[in-house]
Write a protein that binds this ligand. Structure first.
Ligand code: SF4
Length: 330
């Protein structure tokens, strides 16, 4: 049986981050962000573990504590030691299998990796955002793609899992650049990736650029179409896709952001992936005015039909084809 994987998210804001990425609102909301302490982290982890352990038998799942939110390897050392030693205790007790964090590529070196490893860290996710240095400059990221390449290799040399996160629709970005970014990311052989369309959060530089007309956000349809292409690139190389699009749990919703936000963004993207797959077959076989039968595992039915049945309607409208799904239950 396939093990369920749980990431127990502990949000560690990077207070005093010296960078100012155009899309990030951490500086602007610094006064409202509460620091993560060892006690708070313990309470979050315990409450997640309680639920996980109540509904799952030992051995049927794998849990990791995930320090997300900012650049974990760049926070002050005292806090890092406190949080890591707490997490290490859960690893040693066997209640979790590992620890992961997200950070910037230029906040990775031998010293910090050795430290993280000594506390049982098993995976590090890097915010790559783009492989195009002009896009990185326009986004005020303060690092290059060369930094990503070096950090990715170093993380792997410590035997840790590598996760890479990319964004689409950044200032100066194009679909072609995003596709190139996905290919370059894939060439670094990460274990996992996350794909985020750029959202315009209140109080950011990007919001000002948006207001003045200097930045145009992707439409929802553009973002979905592009993310579907990126998914195909990563899937073809067997790379796990951990997340597509920010969700309400990330503190965003339609009223606080502009841009391609949708609370079922990943479903829209997977629906588009299925649409392309089916359409390629329809075109290759010159089908029209017929019924198209497809084996549909239970968990994929809504993706194949599409959000609000948009794929079913698309094929009916364009090819007069009716989708017929045969439920394969797996
Ligand atoms: S995205 Fe990360 S590195 Fe950039 S400003 Fe925000 S916290 Fe700092």
């Amino acid at each position: 049986m396939k093990q369920r994987v749980f990431h127990i998210p502990v949000f560690v804001p990077h207070k005093g981050c010296p960078h100012d990425c155009v899309f990030c609102n951490q500086r602007k909301i610094t006064g409202q962000i509460e620091e993560m302490t060892q006690a708070k982290a313990r309470s979050i982890i315990d409450s997640h573990l309680e639920t996980i352990e109540k509904y799952n038998d030992r051995g049927t799942y794998y849990a990791e504590i995930a320090f997300f939110g900012g650049s974990f390897t760049a926070i002050d050392r005292e806090s890092m030691h406190e949080l890591l030693s707490l997490a290490h205790g859960y690893v040693l007790s066997g209640r979790v299998g590992g620890v992961r964090c997200s950070t910037r590529p230029d906040c990775i070196d031998d010293e910090v990796l050795a430290l993280c490893k000594s506390y049982g860290m098993t995976a590090i996710e890097l915010g790559v955002q783009s492989a195009d240095d002009e896009v990185l400059i326009a986004s005020n990221r303060g690092h290059t793609f060369e930094d990503v390449t070096k950090a990715a290799k170093l993380i792997k040399s410590y035997g840790m899992e590598l996760g890479l996160q990319m964004m689409t629709g950044l200032p100066g970005d194009t679909p072609a650049k995003s596709i190139e970014t996905a290919k370059k990311i894939a060439s670094l052989s990460p274990d996992s990736v996350r794909i985020y369309p750029t959202l315009v959060m209140e109080g950011t530089h990007l919001a000002l650029m948006h207001q003045s007309g200097a930045y145009t956000a992707q439409t929802l349809d553009e973002a979905v179409e592009l993310a579907a292409e990126l998914v195909s690139i990563f899937k073809a190389r067997g790379i796990t896709i951990l997340r597509i699009g920010l969700q309400t749990t990330d503190g965003v919703n339609a009223s606080t952001v502009k841009g391609p936000y949708h609370n079922a963004f990943a479903e829209l993207v997977y629906g588009r992936v299925w649409r392309s797959k089916i359409e390629s077959d329809i075109i290759a076989r010159s089908l029209h005015d017929t019924t198209y039968e497809i084996d549909a595992p239970s968990g994929k039915i809504s993706q194949i039909i599409g959000h609000k049945k948009e794929n079913a309607e698309y094929f009916k409208r364009k090819y007069n084809i009716i989708l017929k799904l045969n439920n394969t239950k797996s």
